[in-house]
Design a protein around this ligand. Structure first.
Ligand code: ADP
Ligand code: GLC
Length: 511
């Protein structure tokens, strides 16, 4: 896939999520328990480049008491070499240029079942799920992720040889978005949901690839996958899934506007009219507990900040930052979406007022280089770590006073919620999920325009609060209570699944 828009999350060293998880409640007496296949290209237990990995690890687990949730992920090197046994349970034939694959089954320690799509040539490579070690898109991403979508459709049709068939398929983002399309072309009577975590990444490829991907000619028009002369995987998912969700209510509205619709706003507005588009906010997983998180240097509770200070001391030592002054954190993919350039522009303003900035992230090479250079110019004031490590990220959330998140757009955002939970107040743009999860002046600071003057004003308000301990204490305590855990926010998915499945049952009854 050549176009920039085809890229999914930009490069990162995939990281493992180390925290042990309690056993899943699998045998609840929930009467409507359904079999659901959750199709995704990231899974934080084994490989993650951003929030999609976190959601894929947390949401199926949160739904497990209600449903028999199973994952389908590609067998990247990090997956097959994770040390967890994989048992071969299914075989898939080759179709057009999509090669034959095996399906392996991996049982996670807490009981979650993960199907792994195995084909060494396609998936077992150095680099991230989407790009090589130089940050270039894999040239055959269209084959790699069409194969993922087709595998989901084959499993849904009962054609994979595995002794399990889902009643609903939940596809996530463009890498899984061909699943609903292949299901429709195979006339599989199983409903599908597509969740858009980020509309900006669409999975575009040359129209001439259609036959390689076994896409019927009739589906290549503007009413199908065609998108300005190319094929769009995301458009396929939007067009063929019975329902489309996105990860906050505000973003669900934003993507129907020309400003944020990435050229798909017309189609998305049609989905709204058909009652087939909704926003369901992400939650955070249970491991985000400041009292007990084993990855922190020391735990802490609201009002008792000794442990928070211990994490701050660790971070300051690690990033060679001076011991004084408020600590501002950046924990982010270093990409245009995240407004990293804006943060670099306000950095001098922060430093001039005694602030320190700690950065951990990875992404576009130009932004990595500029950020590294900024750190070099401000020794002791700005510390930059290019790369990603889950424990260090958690310590930075916990040790910082503020999180900088001036995203140009943000479908939901998890980082601001992690920061809130760890008493670091987000300073963020009023967009998408940031607008939905941050109450300005209460659980963080919001500013409107994606401009440095507005950003600076928000930073000045934060510094004012920092200078008044009683205000800081009140905001920290409110922020810590703000984020919802998945168990508190999972019901809308459950209701959606039940609704879609009742439509199928009604259709079958009419036959
Ligand atoms: P996005 O998914 O757009 O990156 P979110 O705020 O939803 O934004 O999720 C960010 C998640 O990814 C957090 O868990 C954060 O700690 C993690 N993260 C941030 N930068 C990286 C990176 N370079 N590689 C892997 N994970 C990262
Ligand atoms: C995407 C979005 C982010 C969201 C995450 C998980 O990466 O950029 O806003 O939180 O997916 O849904």
């Amino acid at each position: 896939m050549a176009s920039a828009a085809a890229t999914a999350h930009i490069p990162s060293n995939p990281t493992l999520c180390a925290a042990a998880k309690p056993p899943l409640q699998m045998h609840s007496e929930y009467p409507q328990r359904k079999r659901v296949l959750f199709v995704t290209s990231e899974f934080a237990d084994l490989i993650k480049c951003g929030g999609l990995g976190d959601v894929s690890a947390a949401l199926p687990r949160a739904l497990s008491p209600q449903h028999d949730m199973r994952l389908l992920i590609p067998g990247y090197r990090q997956v097959v070499q994770s040390g967890r046994p994989i048992r071969i349970v299914g075989q898939l034939p080759g179709i057009a240029a999509l090669p034959p694959c095996q399906i392996g089954r991996m049982d996670m320690a807490d009981g979650l079942i993960v199907y792994v799509l195995l084909n060494a040539a396609l998936y077992e490579r150095d680099g991230s799920p989407y790009v090589d070690t130089q940050g270039r898109d894999w040239a055959d991403n269209h084959i790699r992720f069409a194969r993922l979508g087709l595998a989901a459709a084959e499993i849904a049709a009962g054609d994979a040889g595995i002794q399990w068939r889902p009643e609903l398929v939940h596809a996530n983002d463009w890498p899984a978005a061909m699943a609903p399309a292949y299901m429709a072309w195979r006339r599989t009577n199983t409903p599908s949901v597509l969740t858009i975590h980020n509309l900006a990444y669409q999975g575009l490829c040359d129209m001439r690839c259609a036959s390689e991907l076994a896409i019927p000619e009739t589906a290549c028009g503007v009413d199908g996958l065609e998108f300005y002369g190319q094929l769009s995987f995301l458009k396929a998912g939007i067009a063929y899934a019975q329902h489309v969700t996105t990860v906050s209510r505000r973003y669900a509205w934003e993507i129907t506007t020309a400003e944020h619709g990435c050229g798909l706003d017309g189609l998305l507005r049609a989905k709204v009219l058909a009652n087939q588009l909704s926003g369901i906010a992400n939650g955070i997983d249970e491991s985000w507990q400041p009292e007990t998180d084993p990855q922190l240097v020391q735990g802490f509770t609201a009002g008792d900040w000794v442990g928070k200070q211990a994490n701050a001391a660790y971070v300051r030592r690690w990033l060679n930052l001076d011991a004084d002054g408020p600590l501002f954190a950046v924990v982010s993919r270093l990409v245009h979406q995240k407004g990293i350039d804006l943060t670099m522009e306000v950095a001098e303003h922060i430093v001039a007022r005694g602030g320190r900035i700690g950065v951990i992230g990875q992404g576009e090479p130009a932004l990595e280089a500029a950020m590294t250079d900024l750190g070099r110019r401000h020794p002791g004031r700005i510390g930059v770590h290019i790369g990603f490590d889950e424990s260090d990220a958690r310590r930075l959330y916990a040790g910082s006073d503020f999180l900088l998140m001036p995203s140009r757009f943000e479908p939901c955002g998890l980082s601001q919620m992690y920061a809130q939970r760890y008493a670091s107040l987000p300073i963020a743009r009023c967009t998408g999920g940031l607008a939905d999860t941050i109450e300005d002046g209460v659980s963080g600071f919001l500013f409107d325009a994606p401009r440095v003057d507005a950003y600076r004003q928000a930073i000045d308000r934060a510094l004012h609060v920092f200078a008044h301990p009683e205000l800081l204490e009140a905001m920290r305590c409110r922020a810590m209570r703000a984020p919802l855990y998945w168990r508190q926010s999972v019901q809308p998915y459950d209701r959606l699944f039940q609704r879609l499945l009742s439509h199928v049952n009604a259709r079958q009854a009419l036959r």
